[in-house]
Design a protein around this ligand. Structure first.
Ligand code: C2O
Length: 457
């Protein structure tokens, strides 16, 4: 395995899209930012130098960060932000990982323009588990707002309502020709008839679920065993070969049930007298003032409480009469797990305001998606249909609108691990929480100490 060095200069850059120009926060002046290439088991060192007026932090989305939570990146969860003028080196190893991941800013709404792909090739000499393509291309899908994205979120928080949707979608940073701006080119990729191309597709959009197709062509999913087109998500299976065995936990230590909900709370300072809030199990998460990981590692009390509820306060009945469970509590509450304990988590959308597909992302782990359904999760019948043989392994999964998704994982990574909806506005409204995984007793079962350049708050 090799060590790969990257330098990320966080700089402002003027960008012209939709026939108008605005300054944006970028890495090395690029939008999207540079692609990081590495091989399985390589170590990656990224030196981030902050030249802008905003605090920044970078998350390596999908990198497991085994025992290196200090390099995970979510601001106030695993680190204090990198302040203007400061430098922080993210140092992590891609242990047993391969495929297409990505990286993005993990503070405020900076990830609108601060993101890029992270491509992990197989070890040298190891072929792909599918026929070799003629060429590869990274496709990063994004959004573009004509005005400043930080201003848009601040506006939304003041009003208590949803933020403006983006003015355009982008492929590798380029919107196609739109009304009023026909001159812009869009993204072009030249192909030759009869050749096979591998596309590594990342949805970096802040607030939208996106779908991808190429007119007149058939796409084959190669990351997993090929699904059938009619029930795409439900028929996804892992490759479950000897090389990629699915190690689904069969004995469960923590059986958790989280409702995923949007609600309305009173708000004295909001223009409408109320505001939208979002929560797991009626707890709308409050960001702490120093990072949870520091509080955990150094035993600093008063930063979080480890009483995050494993069940909602009122059992939710999606198809029947909704109970009066709009009331959210606010708190910096975490759920504590012993090292190597196993977790089953059922995520149930409540559709309180409007049913919506929530992409829930867990840091620090890959989990297995063992089941999914519409309506109420039935604890008697649904587990009988769980796929414990060849489920897909994921770091983000959609909880269907008005339905549920069940996942399993083993808590084999000590540290503090954020879980949140990847629709950024839902995270902002509080749809987030964290798991604390304690150290194990073995020699390689504890969180490593923080690096000396870890930013201070
Ligand atoms: Cu890609 Cu915590 O996010």
């Amino acid at each position: 395995a090799r060590v790969r060095h990257y330098k990320f200069n966080v700089v402002m850059k003027n960008a012209t899209r939709l026939c108008s120009t605005k300054p944006i926060v970028t890495i090395n002046g690029k939008f999207p930012g540079p692609t990081i290439y590495a091989r399985e088991d390589d170590t990656v060192l990224v030196k981030v130098v902050n030249h802008v007026k905003y605090n920044v932090s970078i998350h390596w989305h999908g990198v497991r960060q085994l025992r290196t939570g200090w390099a995970d990146g979510p601001a106030y969860i695993t680190q204090c932000p990198i302040q203007p003028g400061q430098v922080y080196v993210y140092n992590f190893t891609l242990t047993g990982q391969r495929g297409t991941l990505w990286w993005h800013a993990h503070i405020l709404w900076l990830r609108a323009t601060v993101h890029g792909a992270l491509v992990i090739l197989p070890k040298l000499g190891v072929p792909y588990p599918f026929p070799r393509p003629h060429m590869e291309q990274v496709i990063v899908l994004g959004e573009w707002w004509k005005s400043d994205t930080e201003a848009i979120i601040n506006e939304a928080l003041k009003s208590g309502l949803a933020p403006n949707v983006s003015d355009a979608h982008t492929i590798n940073g380029h919107p196609g020709p739109v009304q009023g701006c026909q001159s812009q080119g869009g993204f072009n990729f030249k192909v030759e008839q009869g050749n096979t191309y591998l596309l590594r597709i990342v949805n970096a959009a802040l607030n939208e679920e996106l779908f991808f197709k190429i007119a007149g062509h058939q796409l084959t999913v190669v990351e997993n065993a090929t699904p059938v087109a009619t029930s795409f998500t439900d028929s996804l299976r892992s490759l479950n070969s000897n090389t990629f065995p699915a190690l689904v936990p069969l004995k469960i230590d923590h059986s958790l049930f989280f409702t995923v909900s949007l609600g309305i709370n009173p708000c004295a300072t909001c223009a409408n007298g109320s505001r939208v809030v979002a929560d797991f199990n009626n707890v709308s998460f409050v960001m702490p003032k120093i990072s949870l990981l520091q509080a955990h590692f150094f035993n600093i009390s008063g930063v979080f409480t480890d009483d995050f509820p494993g069940k909602p306060p009122v059992m939710f009945n999606f198809t029947g009469t909704p109970p009066a469970n709009f009331a959210t509590t606010r708190g910096t509450r975490v759920y504590r797990l012993a090292y190597n304990s196993t977790v089953q988590l059922v995520l149930q959308d409540t559709g309180m305001i409007a049913p919506e597909n929530h992409p829930i992302h867990l840091h620090g782990f890959n989990f297995f998606v063992i089941g999914r359904g519409i309506g109420n999760f039935d604890p008697k019948k649904d587990p009988k249909k769980f796929n414990l043989v060849d489920p897909v392994e994921r770091n983000t999964v959609g909880v269907p609108a008005g339905g549920w998704t069940a996942i399993r994982f083993r808590a084999d990574n000590p540290g503090v691990w954020f879980m949140h909806c990847h629709l950024e506005i839902h995270t902002t409204w509080g749809l987030k929480m964290a798991f604390v995984v304690d150290n194990g007793k073995g020699p390689n079962e504890s969180l490593l100490p923080p690096p000396s350049d870890l930013p201070e708050c």
